[in-house]
Design a protein around this ligand. Structure first.
Ligand code: NAD
Length: 455
C-alpha cells in the first residue's frame, strides 16, 4: 500500500506516515457516500445543524492542539493558526444563522389554481479537493454548507495539510455526522484524479490555476457542477492623498501575513509618485520589524514556506527582477527553516515575473505611478482577478477606481480580508468559484422548479 509521509517543513522531521487511498478505495468510498446521502438529506435541517454546533464546540475545546497540528504540518506561525481557527468559528456561526432562510422553499407565484415554487435540493455527493494554506478556512467553506444542505462530502485535503483533514473528520464524526456522509480521502494528485473519475454531483476545488485547468478539462464534458477557487496576483493602489504610514503598515501585513501564502495576499503595490518615497520608507520600517523564526514561537511573524519548491519560484522571481533592473531594498534570499527573507523591490515593471506571476511568498514589488488612470491600467494588466484595493481618504475616488477593476472582491483602505457575509469569487484565471455569503450556501443545492396546478 502507498503511504503519505508528512514532514514538518520548518525542521524537516517526519511527523507521521499514513496509508494513502488508491483508485479502488476511492471508488468504494464514493459508493458508500452515495448510499448514505439520501438518509442524511432526509433528516430535519435542525438535526444537521446540531451536528455542526457540536463540531464547533469541539473546535473551541481543542483549539490549541488543532493550531499546533496545523503549524507542525504547514509551518504557519502559531499565532496565525489560532487566528484561523478563531475566524472559522464566525464562519460556522454565519452558515448556521443563514442556512434556514437561504434554503427555504420559496413560493414565487400563486394565482388562480396555479402555484410556482423554488425548492433547494442537495446536489448529492460532492467532492472537495483542497489547498494547504488555510486548510480550516478553505476546507470548511465547502464542508459546512455542503453538509448543512444535505450533501455527502468526499474531502481530499492537501497532502501538506492531511493531519488537519484527519482532525476535521474526527471532530465531524464525533459530532454525529455519519462516517459515510463525511469521508476523508488521503493522498496527493493521484487521489484527486481518482476522485474525478467517480460518479459525483459537484466538485469544489481550491488550489492552483494549473491544477484547476486540468480538472476543468476532465470534468467539463461530464456536466458535473464545478467550482474552482484559484490563485491571484492581487494589486493595491495607494493614492497621493493617502496617509503613507498607515497604508504601508496595512499593506506590509497584507503582503506578508501567513508568510505571503494567501490567495488574497497583496502581490503588487502601485503608489502615486507624490508619496512614493514616504510610503517605501514606512513599508521598509514595518517589514524590517517582522520577526522570522520558529513557527511554534508566539513572537514569529514569518514562518516556514509550506512547500520547499516555492523557494525555487521565489529565487527565480528575485533573479529575474534583478536581471531586469529592479532595485532590491531588503531580503532576496533563503533563510534556515525553509523560510525566505521578507523581500521588497522598487524599480519594478510588468516585464518582470514578480509583477505578473503569483509569488505565494513574502516577496513584493512596489511600482511608482503618475495617475489613477495609470494605476487602473496596471491593476487590470493581469490574467487573474481575485481581489484589488485602494488607499485614499476619498470614498468617491476609491469607488471610481475600484469600479473599473476586474476583481471579485474590492477593498477600500483595507486588504487581505475575507468575510463570511460576502461572496468569494474571482475573474479570469482566479477561477469560477463561489463560496461564502448566502450564495455560498445555495451553491450546494439545485434550485428545483415546481409548477403546481390545482385540479
Ligand atoms: P495545488 O493545485 O497544487 O493543489 C491543490 C489540491 O489539488 C491538492 O489537494 C492536490 O493534492 C490536488 N491535486 C493536485 N493535482 C491534482 C490533479 N491532477 N487532479 C486532482 N487534484 C489534484 O495548489 P496548492 O499548492 O495546494 O494551493 C496553492 C494555490 O491555491 C495558490 O495558487 C493559491 O492562490 C490557491 N488558493 C486559492 C484560494 C481561493 O479562495 N481562490 C484559496 C486558497 C488557495
Amino acid at each position: 500500500m502507498k503511504t503519505l509521509s508528512i514532514h514538518n517543513p520548518a525542521t524537516g522531521t517526519l511527523i507521521r506516515e499514513l496509508p494513502c487511498d488508491d483508485a479502488a478505495s476511492i471508488s468504494a468510498k464514493a459508493l458508500a457516500a452515495r448510499s448514505a446521502q439520501p438518509a442524511w438529506a432526509a433528516l430535519p435541517l435542525a438535526q444537521r445543524k446540531d451536528c455542526i454546533v457540536r463540531f464547533r464546540a469541539a473546535v473551541v475545546d481543542e483549539l490549541q492542539a488543532l493550531a499546533a497540528t496545523m503549524t507542525a504540518e504547514t509551518g504557519k506561525p502559531i499565532s496565525m493558526s489560532r487566528n484561523e481557527l478563531n475566524g472559522l468559528l464566525g464562519r460556522i456561526d454565519f452558515f448556521l444563522a443563514e442556512v434556514d432562510a437561504s434554503t427555504a422553499t420559496q413560493t414565487v407565484f400563486h394565482e388562480g389554481g396555479m402555484t410556482e415554487q423554488i425548492e433547494h435540493v442537495p446536489l448529492g455527493v460532492v467532492a472537495n479537493i483542497s489547498a494547504w494554506n488555510y486548510p480550516w478556512f478553505v476546507g470548511c467553506n465547502v464542508i459546512i454548507p455542503a453538509l448543512l444542505t444535505g450533501n455527502s462530502v468526499l474531502y481530499k485535503p492537501s497532502e501538506y495539510a492531511t493531519l488537519t483533514g484527519l482532525a476535521i473528520a474526527r471532530l465531524l464524526h464525533a459530532a454525529g455526522v455519519p462516517l459515510d456522509v463525511f469521508v476523508l480521502c488521503v493522498g496527493g494528485a493521484a487521489v484527486g484524479t481518482a476522485l474525478q473519475a467517480q460518479r459525483i454531483d459537484g466538485l469544489f476545488f481550491t488550489g492552483s490555476y494549473a491544477t484547476g485547468a486540468k480538472i476543468a478539462q476532465t470534468l467539463g464534458p461530464r456536466m458535473v457542477k464545478l467550482q474552482l477557487e484559484l490563485g491571484g496576483k492581487d494589486p493595491t493602489y495607494v493614492c497621493d492623498d493617502a496617509d503613507p504610514a498607515i497604508a504601508a503598515a496595512s499593506l506590509a501585513d497584507g503582503a506578508m501575513y501567513n508568510t505571503g501564502q494567501s490567495c488574497c495576499s497583496v502581490e503588487r503595490i502601485y503608489v502615486h509618485e507624490k508619496i512614493f518615497d514616504a510610503f517605501v520608507a514606512a513599508f521598509l520600517d514595518t517589514v524590517r520589524g517582522f520577526r522570522v523564526g520558529d513557527p511554534m514561537d508566539d513572537a514569529t511573524y514569518i514562518g516556514a514556506l509550506t512547500r520547499s519548491a516555492q523557494l525555487d519560484v521565489l529565487d527565480a522571481q528575485v533573479a529575474d527582477a534583478i536581471a531586469k533592473g529592479a532595485t532590491l531594498l531588503t531580503g532576496g534570499q533563503r533563510l534556515p527553516g525553509n523560510s525566505y527573507a521578507p523581500t521588497v523591490f522598487t524599480g519594478v515593471d510588468h516585464t518582470m515575473d514578480l509583477m505578473v506571476e503569483e509569488s505565494f511568498g513574502p516577496v513584493i514589488g512596489i511600482q511608482k505611478v503618475a495617475s489613477d488612470a495609470e494605476a487602473v491600467a496596471l491593476m487590470n494588466d493581469t490574467r487573474y482577478g481575485l481581489t484589488a484595493g485602494v488607499f485614499t481618504p476619498d470614498e468617491a475616488r476609491a469607488r471610481a477606481v475600484l469600479a473599473q477593476v476586474r476583481a471579485g472582491s474590492v477593498y477600500w483602505n483595507c486588504c487581505d480580508r475575507v468575510s463570511p457575509r460576502l461572496p468569494w469569487s474571482g475573474y479570469g484565471d482566479s477561477g469560477m468559484g463561489l463560496t461564502l455569503s448566502t450564495y455560498g450556501i445555495q451553491t450546494f443545492t439545485r434550485p428545483k422548479a415546481w409548477h403546481l396546478r390545482q385540479a
